[in-house]
Design a protein around this ligand. Structure first.
Ligand SMILES: Cc1cc2nc3c(=O)[nH]c(=O)nc-3n(C[C@H](O)[C@H](O)[C@H](O)COP(=O)(O)OP(=O)(O)OC[C@H]3O[C@@H](n4cnc5c(N)ncnc54)[C@H](O)[C@@H]3O)c2cc1C
Length: 416
């Protein structure tokens, strides 16, 4: 079924009785060409691009919960490509370009809104670092503008410019960045993949891998064994637990990241604002709620539920940069499980076990990567070689000393 404005009018006239379910609920087949473990944004986009770009449709996405139950439905919806390092920037710029055409590609309204992102700077050194980042972005074909204090004031007059500890010096603006309705992304990719023959199997947990003579032949699941010639793991915050089932230990720690939403307010925020010095970021949803977040909870966890010290820390950050936020009532907060890699950059790679592939380590920035991650993972699975913009995301990069240390923070996941 193709969605269109005309279709909405026609359905309105006949009591919305003609809509079909967006995807099927198939039983797993005994055999597939590819099994994707994890039906989050990355798993679903991988399935979609395998089918739409590489013609591989005998694919199952096996999800232990429901679609959207993981981080794809828990994030703060920000997309951007304001990266510095050559291993990262072309990848995230490809992702932003894919976001720009996503709704037409999927025929699905994902509410892609390029309302811009403004990274504030608070010292001369930070301003110089922003200038360097902006120049690097432009060299990679992305857009970036360095704003002075007045430029920031024009966009966001309500910020606390003269905060004694963090006075605002200026900011780096990427106008093509913005927000996307996160769960619509999962639904859109699911619909696109299902329509091309991919089986999406919900409420089915992978509990083990069938590995013989160094080759992965299939998975054990709570719905029985399923075989495939290629198995692609895409389990985000559960990466280390899932890969442990194959005997692998990853350079990844799982932490909780929390998000917060206030009551609906009239439009006040023009786009996304990040306060790097205090680790706080904020945007406003189309319903009017202020959506914000900050640092990860400081301990390892696999619970999708956060703790109060991080709440206090995030709210302190908000009050420091945007004191009027103290007048808004907080409606909801929740936690998601982020797979923090040791250098803050992801993995899209084969493993030493033949037929077993791994995608993860997205930290708290993997939503914006969803389209490019799916496309590059599908490329790797279909062709057995990395996509040109994802060549640096290798699992052995720590052994080779080839870290992609975007924040320059070293091997400390709590600093990325
Ligand atoms: C609060 C919060 C805010 C964030 N904000 C942003 C943001 O603004 N911008 C941004 O770019 N990124 C953001 N992120 C990060 C982003 O959401 C994640 O990096 C990204 O969604 C991870 O990929 P995914 O969508 O595939 O993950 P998930 O949706 O978590 O998908 C993984 C799936 O694997 C499934 N799974 C796990 N184990 C098994 C198993 N054994 N068998 C079968 N299935 C299994 C899980 O149930 C889950 O559905 C945020 C994250 C959080 C938590």
């Amino acid at each position: 079924m193709r969605y269109s404005g005309l279709r909405i009018v026609a359905e309105a006239l006949r009591g919305n009785s003609g809509w079909a379910p967006v995807w099927r609920e198939p039983k797993p087949k005994p055999n597939y060409d590819v099994i994707i473990v994890g039906g989050g944004g990355h798993g679903l986009s991988t399935a979609y691009y395998l089918a739409s770009r590489f013609g591989i449709t005998n694919v199952a996405v096996v999800e232990k919960g429901w679609l959207g139950s993981g981080n794809i439905g828990r994030n703060t919806t920000i997309i951007r490509s304001n990266y510095l390092l050559p291993g990262n920037e072309p990848f995230y710029e490809l992702s932003l370009k894919l976001w720009e055409g996503l709704e037409q590609d999927l025929n699905y309204n994902a509410m892609v809104s390029q309302r811009g992102i403004l990274n504030l700077n608070h010292s001369d050194a930070q301003r110089d670092a922003d200038a360097r980042r902006g120049n690097t972005m432009r060299l990679a074909g992305a857009d970036a503008e360095l704003l002075d204090r007045d430029g920031v004031r024009k966009l966001c007059p309500f910020l606390d410019f003269d905060n004694a500890r963090f006075p605002i010096h200026g900011g780096l603006l990427q106008r093509r960045a913005g927000t996307v309705r996160h769960d619509a992304v999962a639904w859109g990719y699911a619909r696109g993949a299902d329509g091309r023959g991919v089986d999406i199997i919900q409420n089915c947990e992978v509990t083990g891998f069938q590995i013989k003579n160094g080759r992965c032949l299939g998975v054990e699941t709570t719905c029985g064994a399923i075989r495939a010639s290629k198995i692609a793991v895409c389990a985000a915050g559960s990466s280390s637990r899932v890969m442990a089932l194959a005997g692998m230990r990853l350079p990844i720690e799982s932490h909780v990241l929390q998000a917060f939403v206030t009551e609906g307010l009239k439009p006040i925020l023009p786009g996304v604002v990040t306060f790097g010095a205090g680790h706080f970021y904020i945007s406003q949803s189309d319903k009017g709620g202020l959506v914000f977040g900050g640092d990860i909870d400081g301990y390892n966890s696999y619970a999708q539920r956060g703790n109060l010290p991080a709440v206090e820390d995030v709210c302190e950050g908000g009050m420091a940069i945007m004191p009027m936020i103290g007048r808004a009532r907080l409606l909801r907060m929740w936690g998601g499980l982020v797979d923090m890699s040791m250098d803050g950059s992801p993995f899209i790679d084969r493993t030493d076990i033949e037929g077993l592939y791994f995608n993860g380590g997205w930290c708290y920035g993997g939503f914006k990567a969803t389209p490019a991650s799916g496309l590059c993972y599908a490329h790797l699975i279909a062709r057995n070689e990395p996509h040109p913009v994802a060549t640096a995301f290798r699992l052995d990069r720590f052994r080779r000393g080839a870290m992609i240390d975007e924040r320059g923070a070293g091997a400390q996941p709590n600093l990325h």
